[in-house]
Design a protein around this ligand. Structure first.
Ligand SMILES: NC(=O)c1ccc[n+]([C@@H]2O[C@H](COP(=O)([O-])OP(=O)(O)OC[C@H]3O[C@@H](n4cnc5c(N)ncnc54)[C@H](O)[C@@H]3O)[C@@H](O)[C@H]2O)c1
Length: 255
């Protein structure tokens, strides 16, 4: 399977799952637009890693909670590589606050970075895909929490639940254009977003015990799913979510 001549945008692409996705799509021969908000040095290092794989990439600083910045990502892809074939809406944040404590500012930020960005990222990428013709893939990195409530993380669950319905509804609307919209729902993945758990041995032990496969995922294990979804093998998958969660959603061991 190859993504030769395809162009992918990966939001939040210079760390964690996004970085692993950028590398996996490059390994499959796609050219990559790496969106980042912070850490240009990490982005430049990733650009070099991708060049070593024989592919091209550009880092573009863009805040995905702003529609103009999402447009900037698509414009950069078109001006540098001529097209957009794969849009990965990956950037995300969480506040770990309950429904009782979440402030308006926290609520807005979580909704904007996770859900608004995926909505308008889908819209802007799909408009370009329709303009250039030939279909495309939109891959939304959601979470098991698109479906599975997590007390103490209410706004995040709400945003990921919204991404679930975005995936399903946009998948139906865009199907006539052969633009496939699929969610990837990770369980617990060893990335910076989980540092507080990873740095607390007692919490980590409790988490591992709740996961049927007995451990957190490596970011590459999520990226592999995205690589499959971006390719020819996934030509009949749309408006649904693939969960890569080590079985945790169906585990009988509570967190
Ligand atoms: N790690 C997990 O256990 C896990 C589980 C389920 C879902 N996810 C989802 O996977 C995605 C990636 O998370 P991660 O685990 O790699 O964590 P991460 O913190 O390494 O990645 C998040 C990325 O988003 C970027 N970002 C944040 N705000 C942004 C903005 N306004 N504009 C552009 N970029 C922005 C960050 O700079 C970072 O690069 C997120 O959507 C997250 O919700 C992660």
């Amino acid at each position: 399977m190859t993504l030769k001549d395809k162009v992918a945008i990966v939001t939040g692409g210079n760390s964690g799952i996004g970085k692993a996705i950028a590398l996996e799509l490059a390994r499959l021969d796609a050219n990559i637009v790496i969106d980042y908000l912070v850490d240009p040095t990490a982005t430049e290092a990733l650009e070099r890693e991708i060049a070593e794989l024989g592919d091209q990439s550009i880092g573009v600083e863009a805040d995905v909670s702003k529609i103009a910045d999402l447009q900037k990502l698509v414009d950069a892809a078109v001006s540098r590589f001529g097209r957009v074939d794969i849009m990965v809406n990956n950037a995300g944040i969480e506040t770990r606050t309950s429904v009782l404590d979440t402030t308006e500012n926290q609520y807005n930020k979580v909704m904007d970075v996770n859900l608004k960005s995926a909505f308008f990222g889908t819209q802007i990428a799909a408009r370009q895909m329709i303009k250039q013709g030939g279909g495309g893939r939109i891959i939304n990195i959601t979470s098991v929490h698109e479906d599975w409530p997590m007390p103490g993380n209410t706004a995040y669950c709400l945003a990921k639940g919204g991404m679930r319905m975005l995936t399903r509804t946009a998948g139906l609307e865009l199907a006539p254009h052969n633009i496939l919209v699929v969610g990837v729902g990770p369980g617990a993945v060893a990335t910076p977003i989980n540092l507080s758990t990873m740095n607390d041995p007692a919490k980590l032990k409790q988490l591992d015990a709740a996961i049927p496969l007995g451990r957190m995922a490596r970011p590459e294990e999520i990226a592999n799913v995205v690589g499959f979804l971006a390719g020819d093998g996934a030509s009949y998958l749309t408006a649904t979510t693939i969960f890569a969660d080590g079985g945790i959603m169906h585990s009988s061991v509570g967190l």
